[in-house]
Design a binder for this molecule. Structure first.
Ligand code: ADP
Ligand code: ASP
Ligand code: MG
Length: 612
């Protein structure tokens, strides 16, 4: 007999008829010989309605009272589903998060799950009951019994945490689309259904804006190796399987706040090419990476920082062996930008660094744990290591670091020093020295899916002193405020102010956190002697994700070229091994998404809409 956790989203339980249909499906699953825990969301748009009600009273409601309010939505749907099941002759019982014992942090509105007490659940399951559990909510420690919520969309996370805690055979997420599609079908109707996707790819897609799954749910699937399936609540089609890699054994205590980093990776065979002061206009990145791809050179990280005046800097890394070729391409095209129609105040310049290394910490859910990047930066700074480039993704924070030129055997001593300090900081016993080969257990196309995030804001800190410790200080402070930071980019250009070298640091945060982030930074600006702190919410982030882009030159070039053809200027670029993200103007976001989706051949005529 299998144990299945099924989660039904808001649209799937939006009316009495739909609740009856869900009850039928649950009942059918039991009749097929399974035990079922059903996790449900609030009916339809209930949560939004409750949020609006609060906003009619106050523009700044207390987070505790918001949790008290929003958690009522799920309480309605669990009772109704349980009644519908009983009506079918299926014994069932509804339980709130507190009644189950879904214990969370005391962090209202975005609590993470610490532990799920499964005794009561197990007892009801043994009695042959379907247990209907309220998603999205939990309770703090026994003494306080404060009701908490996990953050919008958090019922997916409740379901996955229950599946992991109960050792379920599978967690099925039923929703209003047939599964995970190549992008949001509301924005691109041609989006195509995937039959499977790896956890790492889905983590990136979910955190880059694909709302179909709460990123933290995918994190749990990855960490505990639970099979996750996304399916339509209206059909029996198999949906999409999210394939977990084989996880390392892990305790169920501190479920969502346990070890977020499971490996430290080091790659000393890296070299960096930067093009400084290239025109800030569409087509520049496309031309550069188009030429590089034509030479079959595989680019690793690409970073484009915020512009200054009418020019920009673009930097990328390649394996050491490809440096000469990459440098030659950059040198060959730089002159074209020296006589650009909007002349730059200073001329485009190519800068090459041979003695650099890439160090990364990897694991699921970097962005859900705001302290990871900060800890990494602080650890490197304490070891006296200066960070040259930073690239963040949902599964990895990578830093390009200086290698001391004067040490003859710099590579070996640096490798062991960096690995040792990071392993200590993240409590990792052993770590691979070289980057592991990517997981190839399932077919991995270069681009699996694309996503658009319109809910981000960009912050830029001008003129941050260029010495070890600054990034650690800045992001450490933001982490203390529980602000998750994405896309951290240090400018390549170094500006000497009063004899001190400085660089700009730009990053993105969710719009909801932008004001708090700005306030936090403004408070320390005098101490760190940085320049202005700028905020821009008129941005959109377009990303492509695919584990197969590793070792495939040309994916980035194709994305940049597509945007250039639509006259879309790229404001910022970051990449990881399996994703490329570009920040563009907000009003161009949807056009950019459609264009990129099309160019990678992801569209099809397939029907993807749910029935009304
Ligand atoms: P539920 O209420 O069931 O949790 P959500 O609205 O949270 O449903 O998530 C489903 C929605 O996610 C879909 O209706 C779709 O518009 C959106 N979506 C965004 N990106 C994707 C994607 N890549 N694949 C499928 N759906 C997506
Ligand atoms: N009802 C909550 C929300 O609308 C949780 C969820 O549906 O996952 O965000
Ligand atoms: Mg959802």
């Amino acid at each position: 007999m299998a144990l299945v956790v099924q989660k039904y989203g808001g649209t799937s339980v939006s009316s009495v008829e739909r609740i009856q249909a869900v009850a039928q499906r649950v009942h059918h699953t039991v009749q097929n010989g399974n035990s079922v825990v059903a996790v449900v969301s609030a009916m339809g748009k209930t949560t939004d309605t409750l949020v609006n009600l609060a906003q009619e009273l106050t523009s700044d409601p207390s987070r505790r009272e918001m949790d008290m309010l929003l958690s009522t939505g799920e309480q309605v749907s669990i009772a109704l589903l349980s009644m519908a099941l009983q009506e079918l002759g299926q014994s069932a019982i509804s339980l709130t998060g507190a009644q189950v014992g879904i214990v969370t942090e005391a962090e209202h509105s975005r609590a993470r799950i610490l532990e799920i007490q499964t005794e009561r659940l197990q007892r009801h399951l043994q009695e042959g009951k379907v247990v209907v559990v309220a998603g999205f909510q939990g309770v703090t420690s026994k003494e306080e019994l404060e009701i908490t919520t996990l953050g919008r969309g958090g019922s997916d996370t409740s379901a996955m945490a229950l599946a992991a805690s109960l050792g379920a055979d599978c967690c099925e997420i039923y929703t209003d689309v047939p599964g995970i599609l190549t992008t949001d079908p509301r924005l691109v109707p041609e989006a195509q259904l995937m039959t499977e996707i790896t956890c790492d790819e889905m983590l990136e897609l979910a955190s880059l804006g694909a709302k179909v799954l709460h990123p933290r749910a995918v994190e749990i699937a990855r960490n505990y190796g639970v099979l996750l399936v996304v399916r339509s609540a209206w059909s029996d089609a198999p949906g999409t399987r999210v394939i977990p890699a084989v996880p390392k054994p892990r305790s169920l205590e501190n479920l969502e706040i346990g070890k977020a980093v499971d490996a430290v990776e080091f790659d000393q065979d890296q070299a960096k090419v930067a093009l400084l002061r290239v025109p800030d206009s569409p087509g520049v990145a496309a031309r550069l990476f188009g030429e590089i791809a034509a030479q079959e050179v595989d680019v690793d990280l690409i970073i484009q920082s915020i512009h200054e005046g009418n020019t920009n800097d673009i930097a990328f890394t390649v394996g050491g062996g490809a440096l000469n070729q990459a440098e030659a391409v950059a040198e060959a095209i730089a002159p074209a930008w020296r006589n650009h129609p909007t002349p730059a105040p200073e001329e485009a310049e190519v800068m090459v660094e041979r003695q650099i290394a890439k160090v990364a910490v990897a694991g699921a859910g970097m962005i859900g744990h705001p302290g990871i990047a900060a800890t990494m930066f602080a650890t490197l700074s304490e070891a006296g290591i200066n960070i040259r480039m930073i690239s963040t993704s949902e599964v990895k924070v990578s830093c390009i670091i200086d290698a001391p030129a004067e040490e003859s055997s710099w590579a070996d001593s640096l490798t062991s020093r960096v690995i040792a300090v990071l392993c200590r900081a993240f409590e990792i016993n052993s770590s691979p020295v070289q980057l592991p080969t990517p997981n190839r257990t399932v077919a991995t196309p270069p681009v699996r899916g694309v996503a658009l995030d319109m809910n981000q804001a960009r912050l830029a800190i001008r003129h941050v002193r260029d010495h070890p410790g600054m990034a650690g200080k800045i992001f450490g402070l933001l982490a203390q405020q529980n602000i998750s930071v994405d896309m951290i980019i240090q400018s390549q250009r170094c500006r000497i102010l009063n004899g001190v070298p400085t660089r700009d640091i730009a990053f993105t945060v969710s719009q909801a956190d932008a004001e708090a982030a700005q306030r936090t930074l403004q408070a320390i600006a005098p101490t760190i002697e940085c320049g202005e702190i700028l905020v821009d919410a008129e941005i959109a982030k377009v990303s492509v994700v695919g584990a197969g882009m590793v070792g495939q030159p040309g994916v980035a070039a194709q994305m940049f070229e597509t945007l250039a053809q639509r006259q879309i200027n790229i404001q910022m670029i970051t990449t990881s091994e399996i994703k490329i993200s570009c920040v563009v103007a907000k009003e161009q976001g949807a056009t950019a998404l459609k264009a990129v989706h099309e160019v990678f051949g992801l569209g099809t005529q397939q029907e993807t809409q749910a029935p009304v």
